[in-house]
Design a protein around this ligand. Structure first.
Ligand SMILES: [Ca+2]
Ligand SMILES: [Ca+2]
Length: 607
């Protein structure tokens, strides 16, 4: 019943109010504000109704607390977490720069590149963004001047300097926070090596089994043509040479030989403190124990004396090679976790097998030379996925754009292919390996049919590109040095050198170093992918490898791509965007051989 309050100065008004409360049963003993007594309260509270009510309330509170705790725990586990940065080793982070030492830089004007030359150019290499160098063999060799004809892995050939020069170089590399990898040739030695000189005497207990000797021969051909067996008149037996006649194959089945090789590895990695070794020609290590003849390949136009006349099922890529890699890895792991890489021809699957079947059982990097012909978006996709799909903690991809054993990049591909391909290879997950001179677009030597890829480094537009060839210059210099040289490209906006340097810098961003990789739009022309890492800027790399322009909505290809992004890098001004321009990714047009990298602020994924 509504109560009408009036002035309390009038007693009638109070009575009126009391009357009203009395009607509601709230007044007793004349005091409207008096509560229940203790006994009365206990009597009421012990009634079943109130007991049940209390128990229900307590149960509700307990259930609510429990639900709250469960919700919090569930959220902690279910909500997408910021990922930790994986611990990466230097060989995963750094761009590797492969140097053919004879052709790189000559410190004493004798026409031969040397160790001091490499030392003097470390700043150049670091400026380009490479953190590791890999050197061609620099060991004592015989007079043939073939760097792979090693007489002693523990001595330096005078052409390249002294052991002290190597020590100085290694120290300088480390002082600059860089790494150095040396070649190691376990398959063969020079025929002037003391081991072979000893082995020519069948009565020499120590060395008689150090090489592959036989009284009968197979049809195996050497890499350089003709039989891979050579009669030695001193021992009156044939020795095997998969390469040149004066490069006899070591008998890898001999435990004594393997121990010698391990000893050299330990010397280089422990005593000299090199950071890693490149096991050269590692696919040739073992040959068939039963000495079976190889089958004819039926390759058109190849004569019987040529290497390719036969398939090489018994002399190349034998399973035992992998076991040896595993043993070498043990040596590397036991010497302050040093690094190993190896070369193996064949399919991607065969190359990947060199990583071993479980972590630590193979090499750190099985080289992936990009030897393909120019190909379109889907072709690139297949090639990239072949590697990226197969990598895990113990299989790290690499993208080797050049090396001694393959035609130079600028000769393999049309000139306008370089930038799109470097944009790809340097921003994918994996280690880029750049061959000296490729960063300025050097081409194959035309003056010679052999060693076309080891032309002198073109430093400047002066006589012989800066080399003193008064006496003789190793292998000569390409005639295009007047336009293709380091001096013309360093610090020159728009040069290939500066382009590659920019990519080296970009790939140090967390998204590229630690981030996930997802393909975005792919088509017969386009290959594109996203690199992203929790909490940092994400990137889309989109490249047109085809012959036709294409416009795509990239936002629909991957959830985190923002419709408005910012241009970070392009393959050139023809792409139509400058750095920091806004780019509409819902309608991005790329013409043939154009590429662009765009970024956006990180956007967390929704639950
Ligand atoms: Ca020199
Ligand atoms: Ca061999």
């Amino acid at each position: 019943m509504p109560v009408t309050y009036k002035s309390f100065s009038n007693p009638d008004d109070i009575n009126l109010k009391m009357a009203s409360e009395h009607q509601t049963g709230q007044t007793q003993n004349g005091n409207p504000f008096r509560g229940m007594g203790k006994e009365e309260l206990l009597r009421h509270s012990s009634k079943p109704l109130w007991v049940r009510l209390r128990m229900i309330c307590v149960a509700i509170i307990l259930i609510a607390w429990l639900a709250l705790i469960i919700t919090v725990v569930a959220l902690i586990f279910a909500y997408p977490k910021c990922k930790d940065k994986d611990s990466r080793s230097w060989w995963q982070n750094d761009v590797m720069y492969r140097i053919h030492v004879r052709s790189f830089y000559d410190s004493n004007d004798d026409g031969i590149g040397d160790l001091k030359g490499v030392h003097q150019k470390l700043d150049y290499i670091k400026d380009m963004g490479a953190g590791a160098i890999s050197l061609s063999p620099i060991y004592s060799m015989d007079a043939t001047k073939d760097d792979l004809s090693v007489k002693d892995h523990k001595l330096i050939d005078p052409d390249f300097g002294t052991l002290q020069d190597l020590k100085d170089l290694i120290k300088a590399v480390h002082d600059k926070g860089m790494r150095i990898v040396l070649d190691f040739i376990p398959n063969h030695t020079s025929d002037k090596h003391p081991w072979f000189l000893g082995s020519m005497d069948a009565g020499n207990i120590q060395y008689k089994n150090y090489y592959v000797w036989s009284s009968q021969i197979t049809n195996w051909n050497s890499v350089y043509g003709n039989s891979s067996w050579e009669m030695d008149s001193t021992r009156n037996e044939y020795y095997l040479h998969q390469f040149k006649t004066d490069q006899p194959d070591l008998n890898i089945r001999s435990a004594m030989v393997v121990n010698e090789l391990k000893d050299i590895m330990e010397y280089l990695m422990v005593t000299e403190n090199v950071d890693g070794l490149f096991m050269r020609n590692s696919g040739y290590l073992f040959e068939d124990y039963d000495m079976r003849n190889e089958t004819v390949s039926n390759t058109a136009g190849v004569t019987e004396d040529k290497y390719d006349y036969y398939n090489h099922e018994y002399t190349y890529g034998l399973e035992s090679n992998r076991l040896l890699m595993s043993m070498f890895r043990e040596v590397a792991d036991n010497t302050s976790s040093k690094f190993l890489m190896a070369d193996r021809r064949g399919t991607t699957t065969e190359k990947i097998q060199y990583y071993g079947s479980f972590p630590g059982s193979g090499v750190h990097i099985s080289l992936n030379p990009i030897g393909m012909a120019p190909c379109s978006g889907n072709c690139i996709k297949d090639y990239v996925m072949d590697w990226v799909d197969n990598f895990s903690n113990n299989k790290w991809p690499n993208w080797m754009t050049g090396g001694e054993d393959m035609s130079r990049f600028a000769s393999r591909f049309p000139a306008n292919f370089s930038r799109p391909f470097y944009m790809l290879s340097m921003l994918l997950p994996g280690t880029p390996i750049i061959y000296y001179g490729d960063e300025i677009g050097m081409t194959d030597l035309k003056a010679t049919t052999e060693h076309v890829t080891t032309g002198l480094m073109q430093w400047e537009n002066s006589t012989n590109a800066g080399w003193n060839c008064t006496n003789d210059c190793y292998n000569g210099v390409n005639s295009d040095f007047s336009t293709i040289n380091v001096a013309a490209q360093m610090n020159k906006a728009g040069s290939l050198y500066e382009f590659i340097k920019g990519l080296s810098s970009l790939r140090t961003e967390d998204a590229f170093r630690y981030g996930e990789y997802h393909t975005a739009v792919t088509s017969n022309n386009i290959f594109s992918f996203v690199r992203e890492f929790d909490g940092v800027t994400g990137y889309l790399v989109a490249i047109n490898f085809g012959d036709n322009a294409e416009t795509h909505d990239y936002t629909s290809s991957h959830g985190t791509i923002q419709s408005t992004a910012t241009a970070v890098k392009t393959t050139g001004s023809d792409v139509g965007f400058s750095v920091d321009d806004d780019v509409e990714t819902e309608s991005l047009r790329l013409s043939p051989l154009q590429g662009i990298v765009v970024s956006w602020d990180f956007k967390a994924k929704e639950l």
